[in-house]
Write a protein that binds this ligand. Structure first.
Ligand SMILES: N[C@@H](CCC(=O)N[C@@H](CS)C(=O)NCC(=O)O)C(=O)O
Length: 206
């Protein structure tokens, strides 16, 4: 049986899966992928792994491929029951899916246009859409919660952190959103997150 493989691109949403694997101490191989050229670092056509050409893709021990953050992250959470995602009861499970649904289809996608470096009206429109979601996140995190789902770290935090960090690259500041700023700093201080950033070549030298 071969080892699980995560197909990733540095700093992309696939880092949430890497962080989650580190959190539970799950052995895996990490295969760097060029998501523009659709090639893996070992020279394969990435579309043979995920026909849609995006990361993350998780190749399981038996060779099956799992795609979509919303499926991979709960799968990883389930590898070690009790950590890092709550799966103790139907409502906790539903809250995890609610979080991943929002993060994937609302927050992640609202950052999407910025990767295309929009200008003028296009940037303003993307900013309006993103601000609405960031305002929601700021209020959501303002009830004293330490983590996305309450008092425990979960795969939702891994995903939220990776998405919220993208703001740096696009000159979007959280200075007027202190709850988000504190959250990003708190999650960013975890060993698993620091290791993931370092392993993807993204940790600033001290
Ligand atoms: N629906 C997918 C979207 C994943 C996604 O947007 N991946 C980006 C990186 S963060 C990517 O690989 N983009 C390249 C492409 O779409 O061609 C999911 O939620 O897992």
């Amino acid at each position: 049986m071969s080892i699980m493989k995560l197909y990733y691109a540095p700093g992309a949403c696939s880092m949430a899966s890497r962080i989650s694997l580190y959190e539970i101490g799950q052995d895996a191989e990490f295969v760097k992928t060029d998501i523009r050229a659709k090639r893996t670092e070992d020279g394969r056509d990435f579309r043979e792994i995920n026909p849609l050409g995006y990361v993350p893709a998780l190749e399981l021990d038996g060779g099956e491929i799992l795609t979509e953050n919303g499926a991979i992250l709960p799968y990883i959470a389930g590898l070690k029951p009790g950590a890092p995602g709550p799966q103790s009861n139907p409502l906790a499970e539903a809250r995890l899916h609610q979080a991943l649904g929002f993060l994937s289809s609302e927050l992640h996608k609202a950052f999407g246009p910025f990767f295309g470096n929009p200008q003028g009206d296009a940037r303003d429109a993307a900013m309006t859409r993103l601000n609405l979601r960031l305002d929601y996140v700021e209020r959501y995190l303002g009830d004293g919660r330490e983590h996305w789902l309450g008092d425990r770290f979960s795969v939702a935090d891994a995903y939220a952190f990776v998405i919220l960090k993208w703001a740096n690259h696009f000159g979007i500041s959280y200075s007027a959103r202190p709850n988000i700023a504190r959250y990003v700093e708190r999650i960013g201080g975890r060993d698993s997150v620091r290791k993931a950033l370092a392993d993807e070549g993204l940790l600033q030298p001290a």
